[in-house]
Design a protein around this ligand. Structure first.
Ligand code: EPU
Length: 369
């Protein structure tokens, strides 16, 4: 078991039955679970799993709920990590290595690191969710991914009933992918270990309009060089201008992955659509902006109510049920809009969009596309 000090931050009873998870998933889907177990510390993990085994209940780990599509009923024990704490492991003139417990809020961590002069996470500001979920989909934005600063992950491997500390290589990171996503249901992450830099010049501002925005901020403060704080402020402003705040408009971020296609296919599309957006990922492959494909097909702000693409970023599906004061939206509602968008995009460009969030069945297992 990890020997980290943990801080109890909630007075919620640890175990509850028939819990409505609407407020525990950022899509605000109504999903009731058989049992919810709020994990206050690492020791709770084995207690909860033994209880689930005794009751023959499958388990599902629900972290910030910002990348998950839940069913109406979950005949499962839902494990909700609530362990908090941040510790410095080692520090020298150039780096600081920190250990962060799973239920720390990701964005608050990013802000507090930048304020302390610990850099590297600033491009990932304002990503919703908890730290423990961040490695699962290798959260990424504006040219950086968590893997760039990750040293290791401590997790409980449910099938073997063992604690493991996985190195970055063992996490098998890919684009929005990791061993934890490939083997959903097998891992419960309790702690993430990160390496941050003290040299402000390592900051990365190469993506899109980030640099220009950050330079404007630096100039306004009479500084010649941009610093990581400028990059973070620019990214916060850019995100706020296009991505909906789940508290105002429920959503789970990008709903589709940006497809990686052959550069030959991309060039063919470019002949037909000269302003199509793509990023070269290898000599033969190009990542194409799915948001552009959807937008250019006239589908921005469209879909099958109450689930619509966002009117400022077509890659995001939003749940308008609370606004429309109609019944709660369900997985079926999401599927209807997902299929509609996929069909429209395929018939126009011959490209199949793949869903990005994790789709959960009523027994807690994951359903692929
Ligand atoms: N675009 C449009 N119309 C749209 C949306 C996008 O024309 O409705 C164009 C943009 O103008 C831009 C290009 O498509 O030229 C790419 O758009 P953007 O920079 O907004 O990023 P994205 O590729 O749509 C990805 C991530 C986001 C991340 C941003 C910034 C994925 C699936 N999504 O979106 O991640 O914040 O880049 O790095 O890779 C998430 O994972 O939940 C998420 C929001």
């Amino acid at each position: 078991m990890p020997n980290m000090t943990t801080v109890k931050t909630t007075t919620q009873p640890s175990i509850q039955t028939e819990v409505d998870l609407s407020t525990y998933n950022t899509m605000a889907l109504r999903s009731v679970c058989h049992t919810a177990y709020f994990l206050q510390n690492a020791a709770d993990v084995q207690v909860a799993l033994a209880m689930a085994e005794a009751q023959q209940l499958p388990v599902l780990v629900l972290s910030g709920g910002s990348n998950v599509i839940l069913p109406d009923y979950l005949q499962a024990m839902v494990l909700l990590p609530r362990m908090r704490g941040i510790e410095v492991i080692t520090e020298d003139a150039h780096h600081v290595d920190i250990s962060v417990m799973a239920a720390e809020n990701w964005h608050e961590l990013v802000v507090s690191c930048v304020q302390k002069g610990w850099y590297g996470l600033e491009n990932l500001a304002l990503i919703p969710g908890m730290v423990g979920a961040a490695p699962v989909q290798n959260i990424g934005a504006y040219g950086r991914q968590i893997e760039d600063n990750l040293l290791s992950v401590t997790a409980y491997h449910i099938p073997s009933k063992q604690w493991q500390t996985l190195s970055r290589a063992q996490c098998e990171f890919g684009y929005r992918d990791s061993i934890f996503k490939q083997q959903t249901g097998q891992w419960l992450i309790t702690q993430v270990n990160l390496r941050l830099h003290k040299d402000a010049s390592i900051t990365h501002a190469g993506y899109g309009d980030v640099k220009q925005y950050a330079e404007t901020l630096a100039a306004a403060a009479n500084r010649e060089q941009i610093n990581p704080g400028d990059v973070m402020a620019a990214i916060i402003a850019i995100r706020q201008s296009k991505l909906p705040d789940p508290k105002q408009l429920p959503n789970c971020g990008s709903f589709f992955k940006n497809p990686i296609i052959s550069t030959a296919q991309f060039e063919k599309l470019q002949q037909q659509y000269p302003d199509v957006v793509g990023y070269v990922v290898s000599p033969t492959q190009t990542k194409i902006a799915a948001g552009w494909l959807i937008d250019n097909a006239g589908l921005k702000g469209q879909g099958i109510p109450p689930i619509l693409t966002h009117d400022k970023q077509a890659l995001v599906l939003t749940n308008h049920a609370p606004r429309l004061e109609i019944k709660h939206a369900s997985q079926q509602d999401i599927l209807a809009t997902q299929s509609y968008i996929q069909q429209q995009v395929f018939s126009r460009y011959g490209i199949t969009l793949q869903r990005e969030p994790v789709w959960i069945a009523s027994d807690g297992s994951v359903i692929e596309q």
